[in-house]
Structure formats: C-alpha cells, structure tokens
Design a protein around this ligand. Structure first.
Ligand code: BGC
Length: 837
C-alpha cells in the first residue's frame, strides 16, 4: 500500500477499538467474518450427478482468467481499498496444501501471467480480456485432470450501466467522459453482445473445455444477474456456483464451497431468466436518456415471471432458489390466522377506536397469519435451509402478483437427521395493495374481497399451498394514505393479465427544475469558513452553551439552538470540509458552539477510504450476495463490524446501506443493492442499519428513491405509478425506517415523475416524515443538480458534497424560504450529531 506524501501529516491518527488495544479495521476478525459471509451467500445453481463437492484427491484444472482476476466488488463509491484480494487459484492452492485436491499448475501460471500483463496496462479487474487458451495447455490439463472448473467474472460500477447489444441508443446518447467513459468503452470492447452474455472468447473457452472434460464446473464471480440459458440446459456443464462478488477473500470462500468445507446455503435474491429480453422492458432500458417508463408497474422480478401469462417458462432459476449438498424435508405443522374477528364488522373500514386511537391493523394484537413448520435434514451433510412464506391475493379490480414474499427464515446448521421448527408470521395488513386510481378507495391500502392463499416453500416456485386461507367477504381499507408523487407522463402500465392499462396524463406536467445556483455545476469542495482566533486564557464565563452540554444534559437543546444566527444555521445545511481520512466531506462544524465536524464515508461493501491515504479496510461481500444469505443476524454482524471500522477511523456517518430495487439486470450499481424483492431488501437493510448504529455511528440509507439506472442519473426522470412506487420502490425503505430507524437517509439524484427526488416535498415530508413518522436527517446525494432552497422547503436537510450558503441566504431574503424551514432542517442535523458517540 503506497501512502501519498505527507499523508501522516494531513490525516489524523486513529485510536484502536479492538481487544487489548488492537486495531479492528481490516483486522483478522473482520476478514474472517467477510469470508464466512461470502460462503453463506453463494448460490449453487446446478449440480448434476453430485459433481460437487470435489472429492478428496481429485485432480483439478482451473480454466478462465477469472481464476486469477478476482472481482471483489463493483466500482465507484462502492469500491473498498484493501490490503489484498484472494482469488480462486489461491483458494484452491490452499486446498491442495491441505491434501484435498491436486491442481494442474501450468494452467494457473498461464492465467496469472496473462492477468498481470493486463493489469500492468491499467486494465481493472473484471475487464481483462479472456486470453486464447493454448492447445498444449488444454491437452496437458485434459491428460492430468478429471475435473475442470471454469471461472467467469464481471465488473460494473457507478455512473455507467452494463452494456447490451439491445441498446444501440445508449452509445450515442451517453455523454460519459473520463474514467467511467473509459470503463464503458472497455466493456464494449470485451463483451461484443454486452456483458449479460458470454463474450466470444468465453464461449470458445467453454466449448474447448467441454470438448475435453466430462465434468465441468462453472464459477460465476459476478455482481448482478447474467444470462443463464447457456448452462441451465447444457448437459456438458455439470455444476454452476453463483459466487457473486464476495469481498477480499471471495476466492477462498469459493474454494471452501467447491471442496465441501462449507455446504452452500445461499438462495437467489433475483430471478434468473435466460435472455435479457425476457426481463420486462429491458429492451426499453435505454429507450430515452431523459426518462425511464416503469411500465411493468408492480410486476418486477418474480412478480412478473410468476404472474404474467406465458412468462413462467422463461425462468431458468427462480427467486429464492438454491441447492445444497444435502436435502431437507419441509413439513407445515400448524397454520393459523389470528384476529380475523377484528375484520368482521362488515363495514369495510376500521375507524379509530375511541380508547386506543388505533385501527384494527395498528393494535398490538393486529390480525396476522402464522405458520409453524418443521425442517429436517434428510441428507448426508450438515446444512442450512431457507424457509419462505409467499401469499397471493384475489385478482379483484386492481390485479395482483401471483406470489409475494411475506416472511422468511434461515435455519441454523442442521446435522444429518436433525430437525428444527421455524415460525413465520405475516401481518394481514401487509397483504394490502395500494389503490392509486380509486378502484376501491383512492390512495388507500386496501384488501380486496376474496381469497388470500399462503404458500410455504424454498423458492418462489417450490412451494406448497397451505390449507389455511383468508376469505374476505368485503373489501377492507387498511390505511388511508395520500395521493403523493402521481405520475405526470407515464402513458400505461402492465396489468396482471399481461395487458396494458392507460394511465391519466397530467395536463400541466411539471417542468423539471433548473437551478440558477448551479451555474457552476460540478464537483466542488465545501467552503472553509473563517473563524477569529480567541484568547485561550480569557475568562470563559460568557462562553456560549456548547452542544456537549446538551449531550450531557446540563443544557436544554432549545437554549442552545436560540444562540445560533441564521448564518450558523444555514451553514449546518451545507457540506463541510474533509478532515482526517474521509474523502466525502462532513456535516456540522460550528466550533464556536462545540458542534463537531462529523465526517462521512462510503460503503456499502466496507468502509471506503480512498487509496493514497494509507488506510486499508475490510471488503465485505457485495450487497446482492448478502441478500442471498437470507440471514439477518449475519448481516447485522457485518453492520456492527463495518460500524466499528467507521468509528475507529473517526468517521461519524457510513453512507450505507444502498437499497434500490433490482429493476433490470442492466443497472450498473445492482451489486450495491440487495434484491428485486422489497421485503428481502428492506429486511437486509434494516439488519445492517441495526448493526451499524449499535456502534453509535449513523447509517445512511440510500438512494431514496427510484435510482434504478445509472446512465444520465442526474437528469433521468423515473416515471412510475403511485402503486409501483409504494409497493415496490419505497417498500424496502419503509421497512428499514420502521424497523431500524436509520439516523440518515440520502435522496437520489434522479427525478421522480417530474420532480427531483431531493426537492420532492410529497416524497420527503409527505410520505417519509408524515406517513411513516421518520424523524431522522436527510442528505442529498453528492453534487446533485437540484436547488438548495427548494430542497430545504421539501425537508431535505443537508446539501452534499458542498452547499451554497449565500444562495440559501439570498432565497431567505427574497422571501422564498422561511426561517422556520431553515430551523427545522438545522435542528435535525444537530439531533443526528447528538446521537453519535
Ligand atoms: C453516490 C453515493 C455516494 C456519494 C459519495 C455519489 O456519487 O451516488 O452513493 O455515497 O457519491 O461518494
């Protein structure tokens, strides 16, 4: 690790937080956790004739440059600076030393040399080209080995989307320059048909290997869904491990699974279909640079494939799916619906009860459905199973997805023959749909009359329908909400039968704001404010109340706040200069009032400190892999570990978790996000937030909301129905807010139905704060294109990386902003800081 000149003088030393004064950051314990989590989230997709795990003593040949070119995670702000990365060749060499396998070394040396040569030219991991495999090496490997393992890897990152041949428009419309432009260009060179598919060189390699070996295993070191048709039905490929981008020791975790030291227990967080066109509206992903029409509405991921007629056959591997080296028997034991009496008054709406002030759905004994099931390991290896509960609602007037995940749980490690009992529960209110066109009741969450069926199983498809169902004789209004963020120009949306429903188009479509304050749009550091020096020996009697006094209870917050000038308060709404090892700037910074300058740093795969500072940290597996663990405790543990690294490096806010929905496989940042399903994404994010905030540092859930595409992300308008917004794109955030209370949320760059996310009062104040009761602080994403006064009016508290204090003051003087609006935001910044250690 090279430290840039004077780094030690420019940055502060850190105080170790580990046992016996040891440093935790990038330490053994965290790296071991990273490796353990990595193996927990890898998904075994295929294993014909039990080719895996590799039998002891097997002679193995490792093909594919990806064996040496390990991609630990994606690029951009989600990248992590690490001391080292372990690839599959290294992992398998350890297994060889342990006497488990024999490797064909000439092949390893060939790939290592090839990859090193390409790295030396500045090519980043994952974008190296697949070299031509010399015939003599193939022959040599064929003569030596019984089993071939072929590795394939992919890389993508922030500010650019994955390439696709369906996407002629993108190349002419994107104005990417600089580093991202080069990455995109490189991806286009390497992947002729886009990186969703194999490149010609990869196809050739697979064909060569299949020509020589009977047993071929494929390992996929990727960050997002790729085509699966080439292996799903090919008898020449026996086994496939979806190994994701698994952090700094991902190659070791891959070897752990291949050799049977860990029994795979990951389950897919996304549906794997054969071709890109199989995903709804992927062909239109880059239809326009200015907008994206979310025409598929709520039918995202498995909701699409399991519901829309004729689409089920396109699925190669369903959501929730994954194999194990053992087998399990899942038996429902008991199933009941409780509290239905509360639903039988027949009126259809549950008035607030006089005594409790609550509706039936808000009471502690709110109606729920619960199932008790037994899981037995009936195979030969110890293993873990993921039990999933789905529901289907009556089609009714709104139309419903045929399956929706409602609860899940992962068992502990069960020995062969061992049985455990799991309990899954769903609140009946969570079966409701959002009625945005008033078919039952305008802007309300409704349960339509009819039959609600529950399914227990191990994927969206491998389920049994439970005997206990909920029958409603009348439509029921669960909660009245508001008509917020209505679409202005989305012409139509998909219905459950596969037809399109025209949507009302607003006559006065809002015009997207252009802020004059951004005449110097670009990337600027925050201003450094001058401060007079002071006499350290003077009498301190008339010193102002400091924030520390509020923190220790010796002063009242309101008295503290009353001392601040308007300029002070505006300054709190603007990003503050970096200090220490951070590179994403800070918040707070009123030294005269004892308000610290709290630094932020990126995630989500680990604490990101930019190279050159000299601090390496732990790279955990990418978020999609974490979602595939379906293990909330494990994810919480990672949150705690990451949170301690953040704290140890004197940073107060970790810009993590990123929790946008996997709408299309093409989004360049999918690796940073969890899933196509909002429940899974929300639960995982909530677990991570709990872990982080237990260290008394702030999490920051991002990007709120509908940032599902990177191309033109500052100016792209996500056009979607209120129903899709509420049920899919906001749901994960709602779960995280209600279950884990993130102290900070980051609004996204994009526009939502004509209004920039950070200026969107209906979104921020209406839904997030008023409907969900969120009390925390809100920041923008860095250097967005929105107006800071409009953001303050909307309730977006801080502008990062830098704010525009003079412009805010001018807006106040012009009567465009009230002091109360400024105060509300400033108070929330201070309250966030008060929560930190
Ligand atoms: C990204 C955010 C990140 C921020 C700070 C932005 O470009 O979208 O996810 O936290 O930069 O680095």
């Amino acid at each position: 690790m090279n430290i840039s000149k004077w780094a030690r003088h420019l940055y502060q030393p850190v105080l170790p937080l580990g046992k016996d004064g040891r440093r935790m950051t990038g330490g053994e314990d965290h790296i071991a956790l990273s490796r353990r989590a990595a193996a927990e989230g890898m998904v075994l997709l295929k294993n014909e004739k039990n080719v895996l795990p590799v039998q002891k003593g097997t002679r193995v040949a490792l093909f594919g440059k990806a064996g040496a070119d390990y991609v630990k995670g994606g690029g951009g702000s989600g990248d992590v600076t690490v001391a080292y990365i372990r690839n599959l060749i290294e992992g398998m060499r350890i297994k060889e030393q342990e006497g488990k396998v024999c490797l064909y070394e000439p092949l390893n040396r060939f790939y290592e040399a090839q990859v090193q040569q390409q790295y030396a030219k500045g090519i980043v991991p994952g974008l190296t080209a697949e070299p031509d495999l010399p015939e003599d090496l193939l022959k040599g490997a064929g003569a030596f080995a019984e089993l071939a393992i072929v590795s394939i890897c992919r890389f993508s990152g922030e500010n650019w989307d994955r390439t696709t041949e369906l996407d002629a428009g993108r190349k002419t419309s994107t104005e990417l320059s600089g580093a991202e432009g080069d990455l995109l260009k490189r991806a286009d060179e390497v992947f002729e048909r886009g990186d969703f598919y194999l490149s010609a060189a990869e196809e050739k390699l697979i064909a060569q290997v299949k020509g020589v070996f009977d047993k071929v295993v494929v390992v996929l070191n990727i960050g997002a869904v790729i085509s699966s048709s080439w292996f799903a039905n090919d008898p020449g490929i026996s086994s496939v491990l979806m190994a994701w981008q698994a952090g700094m020791e991902g190659g070791l975790a891959e070897a752990d699974i291949l050799c049977g030291d860990v029994n795979p227990c990951g389950r897919l967080a996304d549906t794997f279909a054969g071709r890109l066109e199989d995903y709804p509206f992927s062909e239109n992903f880059h239809e326009a640079i200015e907008y994206v029409n979310y025409t598929e509405d709520v039918y995202v991921g498995y909701r699409y494939f399991e519901t829309i007629p004729g689409k089920d056959s396109l699925v190669c591997y369903p959501f929730g799916y994954g194999l194990s080296y053992t087998e399990f028997r899942l038996t429902p034991l008991d199933c009941r619906i409780s509290g239905v009496d509360l639903l039988k008054n027949g009126s259809g709406e549950y008035e607030y009860e006089a005594n409790s002030g609550q509706t039936a759905f808000q009471r502690n004994d709110a109606p729920y459905m619960e199932v008790l099931a037994q899981v037995t390991n009936i195979g030969r290896f110890a293993g873990k199973e993921v039990v999933q509960l789905y529901s289907s609602a009556p089609c009714g007037k709104l139309g419903k997805p045929a399956r929706e995940l409602k609860a899940f749980c992962k068992t502990s490690l069960l020995k062969p023959g061992e049985t455990t009992t799991v309990r899954l529960r769903v609140l009946i209110a969570e079966l409701a749909s959002f009625d945005d066109l008033g078919k039952i009741c305008q802007s309300a969450w409704v349960l339509e009359k009819g039959k609600y069926t529950f399914y227990l199983g191990t994927s969206a498809r491998d389920t049994v329908s439970l005997d206990t169902a909920l029958e409603l004789e009348t439509d029921i209004i669960v909660e009245r909400a508001h008509s917020f963020c209505a679409p202005a120009a989305l012409p139509e949306r998909l219905l459950s039968h596969g037809t399109l429903e025209p949507l009302p188009i607003q006559e006065d479509t809002p015009s997207i704001s252009v802020w004059e304050g951004l005449e110097k749009a670009g990337i600027f550091t925050p201003d450094i404010r001058a401060r007079r020096g002071e006499d350290l020996l003077r009498d301190r009697a008339e010193d102002p109340i400091s924030l520390a006094q509020v923190a220790d209870g010796s002063a009242e917050f309101d008295d503290f706040f009353a001392q601040l000038s308007l300029e002070d308060k505006i300054s709190l709404l603007c990003g503050q200069p970096n200090t220490g090892v951070a590179n994403t700037f800070g918040m707070g910074n009123l030294p005269e009032y004892g308000v610290p300058s709290v630094m932020t740093a990126d995630g989500p795969a680990g604490l990101r400190i930019q190279p050159g500072v000299g601090v390496t940290t732990t790279a955990f597996p990418c978020a999609t892999l974490l979602a595939c663990t379906w293990d909330q405790e494990l994810v919480e543990e990672i949150g705690r570990a990451g949170g301690m690294e953040v704290k140890e490096n004197n940073i107060g806010v970790w810009l993590t978790p990123a929790m946008n929905i996997h709408r299309s496989p093409l989004c360049g940042r999918n690796f940073e996000y969890y899933s196509e399903d909002p429940l899974l994404a929300g639960k995982m994010a909530a677990a991570l937030i709990r872990g982080i905030q237990s260290c008394k540092v702030s999490a920051c859930a991002k990007h709120f909301a509908c940032n599902n595409k990177e191309t033109n992300r500052f100016e792209s308008d996500s056009c979607l129905s209120q129903r899709a917004l509420r049920e899919i794109y906001l749901k994960a955030f709602e779960i995280a807010v209600k279950e884990a209370d993130p102290w900070m949320i980051m609004t996204s760059y994009n526009i939502i139905n004509g209004i920039r996310a950070s200026e969107n009062k209906e979104l921020i104040t209406g839904i997030l704060r008023c409907e969900w009761g969120y009390q925390g602080m809100i920041t923008t994403d860095w250097w967005n294109h929105a107006s800071q006064p409009a953001e303050i009016r909307a309730g977006n508290d801080v502008k990062m990386g830098c704010g525009y204090p003079e412009k805010v003051l001018a807006a106040y003087r012009a009567g465009e902003l009230t002091e109360e609006e400024i105060d509300n935001c400033a108070r929330r910044v201070l309250h966030m800081i008060l929560r930190l250690d």
